[in-house]
Write a protein that binds this ligand. Structure first.
Ligand code: AHG
Ligand code: MN
Ligand code: MN
Length: 344
C-alpha cells in the first residue's frame, strides 16, 4: 500500500502556521481565499478559447449576463474573495486607478492589505499562451478598525509578509512564499485541489536562458545592448551563446527561469524611460520570490528592488531578475559601460 499521500495547499498552509507562533491564522485564511479565487479564474481561463462560439465579450451570454473581459473578471474574483476573507482591509490592483478599501465591519478589522496584478500577460489570452496572477500581502500601517489608507500600500517590498503567483499554463500552479522558502502547488482539476508538487524551490545560481523583448533592441540603453551581445557570444566555458526565451507574460517567463535558471530583463527603453513593469503589482512580489529561492532582483544599477520606497501606486521600475550570477554579470557590464562613457 502506498502511504505517500499528496499534501494539499490548505493542509500545507495549516502545517506552516505553527512556524509563526504570533499568527492566529489570518494570513493562512487570506492565502486560502486567494487559492479559491484562482480556481475560479482557472476555470474561466480554460474556457477562454470557447468565447467565439459561446458569444463575444461584452455580449449577453445564455444566462442573460454580460460577458466580461477576463482581466476584469479576474480582478473582480480576487477582490470579492479577499473581501470575503475578512482579513484584508484593502486592495491595490493594476486594473484600478485608486486603492479599494473595504468598509464592512469585518473587513475594516482586517490586518492586511493586498497588491495584485489579477491577470498578467493579458495579450496572450486570445492565443492560448500562459498567463498569470501576481499578488503581495503586507501588514497595514493604519489603525485597525478604520479604512485602509494609501500609505498602507506604499511600503517597501521588504515589508511583504507573503507573495506569490498563479500560472495558468499547461498546468495551473500556485507558487508562494511567506519568507521561509518558496513552494509550488499544482492544481489537480479532477479533485479541484492544489497539491504540493515543488517543495522548497531553489533557483540555479547560474543559467543559460535570457528573456527580454529583443524587438526593442534599438531603444535599449547601450549597457543593455552590450550585455545582450555578451549573451550571444561564443564561449564554451560559460555555456554561451545563451538561449533566448520570451513569452511576454512575466509570470510564465519568470516561472521557467526560476526552475531552469536564467535572467529576465525589462530595462528602461525610449518608450518606457522608467521601465514598463509595475513595482507594486509585478516587481515586488516576483523579487521576493526570487530572493527566497536564492536568486536576485535589481533595477540594473545596483539597487535592490525590495528596498525601493514607492511614491505612487502605479510606479514603474526597470527590472532585472533571476539567477544571482546572471543578474550580477548583467549589472557589471551595464555599470562598467556607464563608467567608460562618463570617462571615469
Ligand atoms: P499585463 O498583461 O499585466 O499588462 O502585463 C504585461 C507585462 C508582463 O507580463 C510582460 O512581461 C510584459 O508586459 C511584456 O511587455 P512587452 O510586450 O512590451 O514585451
Ligand atoms: Mn502584468
Ligand atoms: Mn495585468
Amino acid at each position: 500500500m502506498n502511504l505517500n499521500r499528496v499534501l494539499t495547499l490548505n493542509e500545507f498552509i495549516i502545517e506552516r502556521q505553527s512556524e509563526f507562533p504570533y499568527a492566529k491564522g489570518e494570513l493562512s485564511r487570506l492565502l486560502s481565499h486567494i487559492g479559491i479565487a484562482s480556481k475560479i479564474v482557472h476555470r474561466e481561463v480554460n474556457k477562454a478559447g470557447l468565447v467565439d462560439i459561446l458569444g463575444e465579450i461584452g455580449e449577453m451570454n445564455v444566462q442573460g449576463e454580460i460577458q466580461k473581459k477576463l482581466d476584469v473578471f479576474a480582478d473582480e474574483q480576487f477582490i470579492s474573495a479577499l473581501m470575503a476573507s475578512g482579513e484584508c482591509c484593502g486592495i491595490a490592483s493594476e486594473e484600478n486607478q485608486d486603492i479599494i478599501t473595504f468598509d464592512g465591519e469585518l473587513a475594516k478589522d482586517g490586518k492586511y492589505i493586498v497588491t495584485m496584478d489579477p491577470l498578467d500577460g493579458s495579450s496572450n489570452i486570445d492565443v492560448n499562451v500562459s498567463i498569470g496572477t501576481i499578488f503581495a500581502i503586507y501588514r497595514r500601517l493604519s489603525p485597525i478598525g478604520h479604512k485602509a489608507k494609501l500609505e498602507d500600500f506604499l511600503q517597501e517590498g521588504t515589508k511583504q509578509v507573503a507573495a506569490g503567483y498563479i500560472i495558468y499554463g499547461s498546468s495551473t500552479m500556485m507558487v508562494y512564499t511567506t519568507g521561509r522558502g518558496v513552494n509550488g502547488f499544482t492544481l489537480d482539476p479532477s479533485i479541484g485541489e492544489f497539491c504540493l508538487s515543488h517543495y522548497n524551490i531553489q533557483t540555479p545560481q547560474n543559467g543559460s536562458i535570457y528573456s527580454i523583448n529583443e524587438g526593442n533592441y534599438i531603444k535599449f540603453p547601450e549597457g543593455v545592448k552590450r550585455y545582450l551581445k555578451y549573451c550571444q557570444e561564443n564561449d564554451e566555458e560559460t555555456n554561451r551563446p545563451f538561449s533566448s526565451r520570451y513569452i511576454g507574460s512575466l509570470v510564465a517567463d519568470f516561472h521557467r527561469n526560476l526552475l531552469k535558471g536564467g535572467i529576465f530583463l525589462y530595462p528602461s527603453t525610449a518608450t518606457y524611460p522608467k521601465g514598463k513593469l509595475r513595482l507594486l503589482y509585478e516587481c515586488n512580489p516576483i523579487s521576493y520570490l526570487a530572493e527566497q529561492a536564492g536568486g536576485k532582483a535589481t533595477d540594473g544599477r545596483g539597487r535592490r528592488i525590495l528596498d525601493i520606497k514607492p511614491d505612487s501606486l502605479h510606479q514603474r521600475v526597470p527590472f532585472y531578475v533571476g539567477s544571482r550570477q546572471m543578474v550580477e554579470r548583467a549589472e557589471d557590464l551595464i555599470i562598467q559601460y556607464e563608467k567608460e562613457i562618463n570617462g571615469k
